[in-house]
Every structure is written in C-alpha cells, then in structure tokens.
Design a binder for this molecule. Structure first.
Ligand code: RB5
Length: 159
C-alpha cells in the first residue's frame, strides 16, 4: 500500500510504531504531515485536509490519521468528498471498514489505544480488500450523499 500519514500533537507517540510497522511490512509511506515530536501544537483539521487531498490525488493510496481520540481526524476527513474515513478500535471493524465500506482512510486515537492494538488494527486494515458487489452500490450511495451535500439522493433499496 502507498500510505499518507498525518498526526496532530495528540498522535505523536502512536505515529512511531505505526510508521515502523508500515516500513517493516512492505508498505510505502509516501509522506507524513504533522509533528514528529511532542511540543508543537497543531489543528487536526489542517492535517486531515492535507492528507485527504494527497490520498485523492493518488488513486489507490490510503491515509492514516492519528490524533488524541481519532474523532477529530475522522470527522474532518469524512467532510472531504471521496474520502471514507474509518475510526477503528477493534480488529473486526478495521477489517470490515475495508471489506464493506471501502474505507480509504483509517483513523486512530493515541489516548484510546495501546501501540500493540493500534498495530494490529493497522495490519487488519491493510490486509483486507473491498468485497464489491452490493457493497459497491452502498458505497456509491455514500458518494451520492456527499455530492448532494444535504443527504438527499440515497434511495431506499434492499438486498
Ligand atoms: C488535541 O488536544 C485533541 O483534541 C485532538 O488530538 C483530538 O483528540 C481531537 O479529536
């Protein structure tokens, strides 16, 4: 995977084991955004926006965003049309975010997760692939909602 990584001051410590795991498992960290050492305070929406723009400009790539809870990064990223950001804290959801939701950004919270679990979450996310089929239709509806801007067009269909 080609991965763009971003963190705010709340994600400085967790970024290190995640970068190490990516490097050791054949993934390419294309760029990092945000402080590499504690002390510099930054605003998580600024970091999320830069990483999301880079992911969208590089089809097939992914984003990894870390802040204190992961919430601010996920909320910010999900305001960018074309980005499907998953905030993960359990391995099953990390896998399903790719398989069912075609997530292209994964978000984590340093103040929520230990480094061991965070690495397992990243490994599950990276190992999974999008299942397509009915899930592609649903992901298409997510994009239609984003394009409408007001939640309008998703029609009720079942299967
Ligand atoms: C920074 O203090 C903190 O608010 C941020 O890292 C994140 O948790 C926001 O969602």
């Amino acid at each position: 995977m080609r991965v763009y990584v971003g963190n705010d001051h709340g994600g400085v410590s967790l970024r290190q084991p995640l970068l190490k795991w990516l490097g050791e498992h054949g993934h390419e960290v294309v760029a990092t955004e945000g402080p590499a050492q504690s002390g510099e305070s930054v605003d998580y929406p600024d970091i999320a926006a830069v990483v999301c723009r880079k992911v969208l400009a590089d089809p097939g790539s992914y984003g990894l965003l870390v802040c204190g809870t992961g919430q601010g990064m996920a909320i910010s990223a999900n305001h960018v049309p074309g980005i499907r950001a998953a905030l993960v804290s359990d391995v099953f959801s990390a896998r399903m975010a790719r398989e069912h939701n075609d997530a292209n950004v994964v978000c984590m919270g340093e103040r929520v997760l230990g480094p061991g679990l965070a690495v397992d979450l990243l490994a599950a996310f990276c190992a999974a692939t999008f299942a397509g089929g009915r899930h592609a239709r649903r992901v298409g509806k997510i994009e239609a909602i984003a394009a409408a801007g007001d939640g309008g067009p998703a029609a009720a269909t079942r299967s």
